[in-house]
Design a protein. Structure first.
Length: 416
C-alpha cells in the first residue's frame, strides 16, 4: 500500500500572492497505478499529475493543485489515493496554516535634541518589535491623554522568525519637553489583544545635578591682553530659560558682567558662562568675587567665590627645539617645539610670535599641563612653511604665568 504525504506552501510566504499550490505525494507502492483525486473528485480544475518514478523496486508519484489564496484561507482540502492492487484507500487532509500571534514590545527613546534654539523641536522614536501578524495601530499620549500629534510610522519589517518590527517618530516643541511633559507611545495589536506602551520625559537624574565652578582670569588676560575676566560656569543644564547669574565684590563696588550664548553639549545639556570684567589692579588687590547661580532645577541658589592666591608660585624654564632634519628633508611644512617646564601652579598660557608679531592660535597646539612631582610641564608645537624657516625668520615662544618669559629660535641658532 502507498504511503501518502500532504504538501503545503510556507505559511509566511502568501501575503503578496493571489494563488497557492498544494500537493500530495504517494510513494512505496507496487504495482502501478494509483488513483489520486482532490476532495473525493469534486475538484477537477487546477490539477497537475506527475509521472510514475521507479526507485528501489517501488513506485512513487505526486499530484498538485493550484487554487486562489482566498479559497485556501476559507476552505479545507484533502487528497484521496486509491491503490486497487492492494485494495487500499488513503485520505490525507492538507494541514492549514496556523497564523502566528505574538504581542509587541514597546520602547520609546529620545532621538535628537534638534538645534540649540530653545524654541526648536525634540524627536522621540518608538520602537515596536516582536509582533505578529503585522497589522498594528500606534497612538501617542501627552500626560496620559491621546493627542493630535501626527507621527511618522515606518512600514513593518519582517524578521526571519516571522515577527515584525516598526518605528513611530514624533517631533515635539522643545518648550513642552523642557517643561517635564510625559509622552507615551501605545501600540494597539488586536490579534494578540494587547496594548503595550512606554513613556518618556525630560531626564532630571539626580546623579547629574547642575554644576557651578568659578575660574580665575587667565595669565594671558592678566599679562598680555590686560582684559581681565573672572568666569562663572554653569553646566549640566537641561534648560537655560530660568538661569540667572548674580555677581558681587567684597568691596561692594559696581560689577560689570555679560553672558555669551549658551553652548549645547553632546548629551543635550547646556553650558553657560558668565564673565565678570575687572581691572588687573582689582585682581592683584586680593578682593573676593562671588557668583550666585539660580535655576528652577536647583532647590536653592549655588554660590562660588574666588580670590587671587597669595603664593607667588614657581616660574617655568623654556626650551625651544628646531625642526628635525627628517622633516626638513621631506616636508613642505615643519614644526618647532617649545618645552615649558617646572612651573607652579598649573594655570599658564603659551603663545608664539614671528618676527615680533603675535601669531594666531590656529598655528600652534598646546598640551594640557602635566604634573611632575611638585610642579608642571607642557609642550607647545608651532608649524610653519619650511621656506619661512629657511629664510631665517625669528620665532619666539612666550609663557604667561606669574610673569612673561620668552625664548627665541631661528635657523642656525641653538634654541635651548
Amino acid at each position: 500500500a502507498p504511503s501518502v504525504f500532504p504538501l503545503r506552501p510556507c505559511c509566511g510566504s502568501l501575503s503578496s500572492q493571489t494563488d497557492v499550490t498544494i500537493g500530495c505525494l504517494a510513494t512505496g507502492f507496487l504495482p502501478e497505478p494509483v488513483d489520486m483525486k482532490w476532495n473525493s473528485g469534486s475538484i477537477t480544475s487546477g490539477i497537475k499529475n506527475f509521472p510514475y518514478i521507479l526507485s528501489n523496486g517501488m513506485y512513487s508519484t505526486s499530484t498538485q493543485l493550484t487554487i486562489p489564496v482566498s479559497d485556501w484561507n476559507t476552505k479545507t482540502f484533502q487528497c484521496n489515493v486509491e491503490h486497487s492492487a492492494t485494495r487500499s484507500k488513503v485520505e490525507k487532509k492538507i494541514p492549514e496554516c496556523t497564523a502566528t500571534t505574538s504581542a509587541p514590545t514597546v520602547e520609546v527613546m529620545q532621538a535628537s535634541c534638534g538645534d540649540s534654539s530653545p524654541t526648536g523641536t525634540v524627536d522621540l522614536v518608538c520602537l515596536i518589535s516582536g509582533y505578529a501578524p503585522q497589522d498594528i495601530k500606534v497612538q501617542w499620549l501627552l500626560n496620559g491623554d491621546v493627542t493630535s500629534i501626527s507621527p511618522t510610522n515606518s512600514t513593518p519589517c519582517k524578521a526571519e522568525e516571522g515577527t515584525y518590527t516598526s518605528t513611530s517618530k514624533v517631533s515635539i516643541p522643545k518648550t513642552d519637553w523642557n517643561s517635564g511633559d510625559v509622552y507615551t507611545c501605545r501600540a494597539i495589536h488586536e490579534k494578540s489583544h494587547s496594548k503595550p506602551q512606554d513613556s518618556i520625559q525630560k531626564c532630571t537624574d539626580a546623579s547629574t545635578p547642575i554644576k557651578v565652578v568659578i575660574l580665575p582670569p587667565s595669565p594671558k588676560d592678566l599679562l598680555i591682553t590686560r582684559e581681565v575676566k573672572v568666569k562663572c560656569v554653569a553646566s549640566k543644564l537641561y534648560s537655560t530659560e530660568s538661569l540667572k547669574f548674580a555677581w558681587t565684590r567684597s568691596d561692594n563696588k559696581r560689577v560689570l558682567a555679560f553672558t555669551p550664548d549658551p553652548q549645547q553639549n553632546f548629551d543635550g545639556t547646556y553650558t553657560v558662562t558668565s564673565l565678570l570684567k575687572i581691572s588687573p589692579q582689582d585682581w592683584d588687590s586680593s578682593k573676593t568675587y562671588t557668583c550666585k547661580v539660580s535655576h528652577e532645577d536647583l532647590p536653592s541658589p549655588i554660590e562660588k567665590s574666588i580670590t587671587k592666591r597669595t603664593e607667588s608660585g614657581i616660574d617655568p624654564t623654556i626650551y625651544t627645539f628646531p625642526p628635525p632634519q627628517e622633516e626638513l628633508d621631506n616636508n613642505d611644512f615643519v614644526c618647532l617645539v617649545c618645552l615649558v617646564k617646572g612651573f607652579y601652579p598649573k594655570e599658564i598660557d603659551v603663545l608664539w610670535k614671528k618676527n615680533g608679531v603675535t601669531q594666531g592660535e590656529d598655528y600652534y597646539i598646546n598640551t594640557e599641563p602635566i604634573e611632575d612631582d611638585d610642579s608642571y610641564f607642557m609642550y607647545s608645537r608651532f608649524c610653519l612653511p619650511k621656506s619661512d624657516w629657511m629664510r631665517g625668520a625669528m620665532y619666539t615662544c612666550i609663557s604667561a604665568h606669574n610673569k612673561l618669559i620668552e625664548k627665541d629660535i631661528k635657523r642656525g641658532q641653538i634654541g635651548r
